[in-house]
Design a binder for this molecule. Structure first.
Ligand code: AMP
Ligand code: GLY
Length: 423
């Protein structure tokens, strides 16, 4: 099978690494990819949001399966685009339809869905410019802290946690006035949940499902979970508190009703449902749905999958997921992300990366990297490399990743040395 993988991050490098191990894998193309994916397949200079260009690449390279890494093309309707075009309709594309991707693309849509299905999540109200006054009075008596969320995609910046009411009211007004553009013309105001977050990934063909190895990512830039939110500074799998009893609750209270809701609404969902969960006093609640894999979670989830990912993905379009098994690796996996100085604020690109040849016993997944004109490896983003290791337990895996992360250098590089030590 010839595969076209869309995206350019560590998630996509991990996908490419895993897919390449499958005996079913023919030629592998990554659009646009990074310096890491270039070593596993052919990078194509195609923007995943440019559907005609993706379609042309799929036809030109006789693609048998398209795998969509990031959420944006899905929320923009790449699946619908393929299905609507007779030339493309029989090329299976892994990912939900535009409407189904609203579970990530619209916080309001996800909240209504969860409420309808009785899925545990924070209590909320939704406001628009014409209900600003109601929103302000709702906030006047809301317990603190309170969480404000732009309804639409806002590049990971659309969630604001407010510690006092005046700040929350000012923020609501700013958001409804377009602080995050169209994305915040509707705002979900919800109760703050205090607990520990974890990530559950569910592969589905819309009928049955398989749960991938459970992971936890660390979002804050600073050690001890301090400072600004990032895309993710590291991740571990398995997650000690996501034991059988907890996962039983996740399955019956969240996964099964989610699948039931997808069926009831007739949503076309063949792909990954990413449940962003929080454990509060032993019970799981949904913080958010995403319609794709997480990054950096993928860099530990796929290494812990023993089964052939491509075989599983190929079963989705045919609705054969129930015939498949998913086997986990018993080892633990941890990943530590090396980022550019200044990230998640402003940072410089184009710094020379050295020391990769010193890495011993870890997998290196590239995020923001590119090959320089003279052949060397250069930084090309905020998150630059994810260093993944196996261990008999998380401690061993983390020690390896930390040691190897310390052997890699570029000007201004930074990584958290405490990934996985706190749950
Ligand atoms: P989201 O973009 O929805 O994942 O939100 C970003 C981050 O904000 C989450 O990973 C949580 O850390 C935090 N967050 C979102 N909603 C809540 C909530 N209701 N209670 C506590 N923290 C939240
Ligand atoms: N690591 C969280 C995400 O991918 O959204």
């Amino acid at each position: 099978m010839n595969i076209l993988l869309l995206g350019s991050g560590g998630r996509e490098h991990a996908f490419a690494w895993k897919i390449k191990q499958s005996p079913l894998c023919g030629r592998l193309f990554i659009a646009p990819g990074n310096a890491g994916t270039a070593a596993l397949g052919t990078n194509l200079p195609v923007n995943p949001n440019d559907f005609p260009a993706v379609a042309a690449a799929a036809l030109q390279h006789q693609i048998d399966l398209v795998l969509v890494g990031p959420e944006e093309p899905l929320v923009l309707g790449i699946r619908d685009y393929f299905l609507a075009n007779p030339e493309l309709a029989n090329i299976p594309l892994i990912g939900p339809s535009r409407e189904a991707a609203q579970l990530e693309g619209s916080k309001g849509y996800a909240k209504v869905f969860m409420q309808e299905m009785g899925i545990p999540t924070a209590a909320y109200r939704e406001f628009a410019p014409d209900t600003l006054q109601e929103g302000l009075s709702y906030l006047a008596s809301h317990p603190l802290p309170v969480v404000l969320k732009a309804d639409g995609l806002a590049a990971g910046k659309g969630v604001v946690i407010c510690q006092n009411r005046e700040e929350a009211q000012t923020e609501l007004e700013a958001m409804l006035n377009g602080k995050f553009g169209e994305a915040s013309r509707r705002v979900v105001v919800e109760a703050f949940l205090s607990g520990t977050e974890f990530s559950v990934f569910v592969l589905t063909d819309g009928k049955s499902y398989k749960i991938l190895p459970v992971a936890k990512d660390y979002k804050r830039i600073g050690e001890g979970d301090t400072g600004l939110n990032t895309g993710g500074m590291g991740a571990v799998s398995p997650v000690p508190f996501a034991n059988d009893a907890m996962m039983q609750k996740v399955e019956t209270r969240i996964i099964q009703p989610t699948l039931e809701g997808i069926k009831r609404r007739g949503l076309d969902y063949k792909g990954v449902i990413f449940l962003g969960l929080i454990e509060v006093n032993g019970d799981p609640f949904v913080i958010e749905y995403n319609c794709r894999m997480g990054d950096p979670e993928t860099e530990v989830v796929l290494p812990r999958m023993k089964s052939d990912l491509l075989e599983l993905l190929a079963a989705l379009p045919e609705g054969r997921l129930d015939e498949m098994t998913l086997e986990e690796d018993a080892r633990a996996a941890a990943t530590v992300v090396l980022v550019s100085g200044g990230y998640p604020g402003d940072y410089e690109k184009g710094k020379a990366i050295s020391g990769l040849d010193q890495v011993d016993g870890s997998l290196v997944f590239h995020s923001g990297t590119r090959t320089g004109e003279t052949g060397g490896l250069l930084t090309n983003g905020g998150r630059v490399l994810a260093i993944t290791s196996y261990g008999k337990d998380l401690k061993e895996a983390l020690e390896k990743s930390n040691a190897n992360a310390g052997r890699i250098h570029f000007e201004g590089n930074y990584f958290r040395r405490d990934i996985g030590y706190a749950f």
